[in-house]
Design a protein around this ligand. Structure first.
Ligand code: AMP
Length: 284
């Protein structure tokens, strides 16, 4: 595995794979890797001749009040994990490499970016779309791998790829969970032992909602009220939202239509830690 931090090094490393006609699978991350990230790397490994992973804690997707400075980092451990998964190129750019002096171009996916997470993090998806498009242009992957855990991010990037005719195939990989259901996240290390015990309520509440849909519930307001009530039993600092939406447009659904898919995303705060999770349910 080659570890590169500059664009010329990245291009040289990629040229060797392209010269022999290998397809390129790309996994963008912010590092502090866990099994969720590694499931993306494994999928990329299965489907491509060459695998590129990036680690970049992207300042543009953090608001000034957010956790950019304390975001967990361990590039040494991450590179050992990537090597063990058969990654070919690990791209770890410095902020100046991605945002050189005078950087002034941003990608805004309107509409989708202002719903759900966008209400609480108004500049977040502009930062995500900008860095992901730049990484796509640098790596020029055939396929790029994203986690279902960040469902809105998947929807925003899919819209950007469609609208700007970006030549990449997006692959969405299922959420990897701890044994008690908590979705794996680099931010889970922020949870105190007591918060960690309460955090699995997100997935329990989502699973309960899926059961209620299977049992015939079709009213979105009742479903989201049920999810919020279940989560409130664990006394979080806040339930930012619990919604029932269309998986592509993220528009709220009122009555669940038989045969449709609905996305049920939640965002919950325990102390200063903000957790998100979601499930997609096919309505019988
Ligand atoms: P991050 O490092 O948080 O930016 O995540 C990098 C990629 O890994 C994104 O596509 C995430 O959706 C994905 N990811 C993060 N956590 C998980 C998880 N628990 N299961 C599957 N994919 C995940």
């Amino acid at each position: 595995m080659l570890i590169v931090s500059t664009v010329p090094e990245l291009h040289r490393a990629l040229a060797d794979h392209r010269a022999v006609g290998r397809s390129v699978g790309f996994v963008p991350t912010m590092g502090f890797l866990h099994e969720g990230h590694l499931s993306l790397v494994r999928r990329a490994r299965q489907e491509n001749g060459a695998v590129v992973v990036s680690i970049f804690v992207n300042p543009a997707q953090f608001a000034p009040t957010e956790d950019l400075d304390r975001y967990p980092r361990d590039v040494e451990r991450d590179s050992a994990l990537c090597r063990a998964e058969g990654c070919d190129i690990l791209f770890v750019p410095k902020p100046e490499e991605m945002y050189p002096d005078g950087f002034s171009t941003y990608v805004s996916v309107e509409g989708l970016s202002s719903r759900l997470e966008g209400t609480f993090r108004p500049t977040h998806f502009r930062g995500v779309a900008t860095v992901v498009l730049k990484l796509f242009l640098l790596v020029r992957p055939d396929r790029a791998y994203f986690g279902q855990k960040d469902a809105q991010q998947c929807a925003v990037i899919a819209a950007m790829v469609r609208d700007l005719a970006v030549p990449v195939r997006l692959v969405v990989v299922p959420t990897v969970r701890e044994s008690d259901g908590l979705a794996m996240s680099s931010r889970n290390v922020y949870l105190s032992p007591d918060e960690r015990k309460r955090a699995p309520v997100l997935y329990r509440a989502l699973s309960r909602a899926a059961e209620r849909i299977a049992a015939g519930e079709r009213d979105a307001a009742r479903l989201s009220a049920g999810i919020t009530a279940a989560i409130m039993e664990q006394s979080p600092s806040a339930v930012d939202y619990a919604a029932v939406v269309d998986p592509l447009t993220l528009e709220p659904v009122d009555a669940l239509a038989p045969g449709s898919d609905v996305l049920i995303p939640v965002a919950v705060r325990f102390g200063t830690t903000r957790l998100i999770d979601n499930i997609i349910v096919r309505v019988p």
